[in-house]
Design a protein. Structure first.
Length: 68
C-alpha cells in the first residue's frame, strides 16, 4: 500500500527487500532505530515509520511538503 500511495503521487522510491538482500539487514535495523517491522519508510533519509504513519501524513496534508 505504501508503494501504491507513493506511485499515485508520482514518486520514485528505492525498495530494499531484505529477503533478497539479507546482507543489508543490520544496516536497515540501525537506520530505523532498532525497528524490526516492515516497511520502514524514509523520506530524504528521515524515518517516517510504516504505512500507517505515511497514510496519516497524507490525511493531515503533510506528505506532499515532505515529498517536494
Amino acid at each position: 500500500m505504501a508503494k501504491r500511495l507513493l506511485e499515485s503521487k508520482g514518486q520514485e522510491y528505492e525498495e530494499i527487500n531484505l529477503s533478497q538482500h539479507p546482507e543489508r539487514t543490520d544496516e536497515m535495523i540501525e537506520r530505523s532505530g532498532g525497528k524490526m517491522s516492515v516497511p520502514e519508510i524514509f523520506i530524504s533519509g528521515k524515518l517516517i515509520g510504516g504505512f500507517d504513519d505515511l497514510a496519516a501524513l497524507e490525511t493531515a496534508g503533510k506528505l506532499d511538503p515532505l515529498l517536494a
